[in-house]
Design a protein around this ligand. Sequence first.
Ligand SMILES: Nc1ncnc2c1ncn2[C@@H]1O[C@H](COP(=O)(O)OP(=O)(O)O)[C@@H](O)[C@H]1O
Ligand SMILES: [Mg+2]
Length: 245
Amino acid sequence: MKGQVDVVDVGKKFRLYKERNQSLKSAVMRRRMSVHEDFWAVRDVSFTVPAGSTYGLIGGNGSGKSTLLKCLAKIFTPNEGEIRAEGKVAALLEVGSGFHPELTGRENIFLNGSILGMSRKQILARLDEIIDFSGVEAFIDQPVKNYSSGMYVRLGFAVAINVEPDILVVDEVLAVGDAEFQEKCALKFSDFRREGRTVILVSHAMDAVRTMCDEVAWLRDGHLVTTGRPDSVIDEYLASLHGDA
Ligand SMILES: Nc1ncnc2c1ncn2[C@@H]1O[C@H](COP(=O)(O)OP(=O)(O)O)[C@@H](O)[C@H]1O
Ligand SMILES: [Mg+2]
């Protein structure tokens, strides 16, 4: 079904090299003997995101949330398992990803929009709305290198939601904006829900996750601890942080 995402036994590993500061000479000399070990940032993770739901991913730093989102956004390919996503995916990952610092806000809307699969005509039709949502009108013809991180995120978010994705993947951007922007995002997410689109989001703002998400998955050390209703999963997660679980 359009908008459904199946994460099936997904594993993503990184190769960690033991020796740092290798000189070129020593690297060449020991060509075939490079010392490394595999580190699984995500492993054996399976869950289904129902079409049209708002789904939260929670867990401590380094638990694999961003890695999993990058697999969802096809920036990474899982080493094990697979992700089946039905429909168009738009992702809003790290601050400024997809933006060129020397280009203006307006130019970056065209750049970013086309990366996300919009035609020039589609972007033009949406331009006013994008600029308006971003709240950076006054700076739209300035190079984005002069923007604050909050302005970056607002512009990136404004483009991503106007791409009309079936599935929107969002990594911790809510934390960057001010209260007004967060409110706007929450409203936009509920519009998305009403339109039957799927949202998958990572956030440290547990109150936002409680109110916005239909279901939550909790990751710890790259493994899935549990999935379920936000209230019960978040309570369990918070209890584990306080050492009483
Ligand atoms: N490109 C990379 N190379 C090596 N290790 C990485 C890379 N990206 C992430 N990691 C490691 O994978 C683990 C999970 O990271 P990440 O997915 O960013 O966690 P989270 O978003 O939950 O904080 C961490 O231990 C991190 O150091
Ligand atoms: Mg992260």
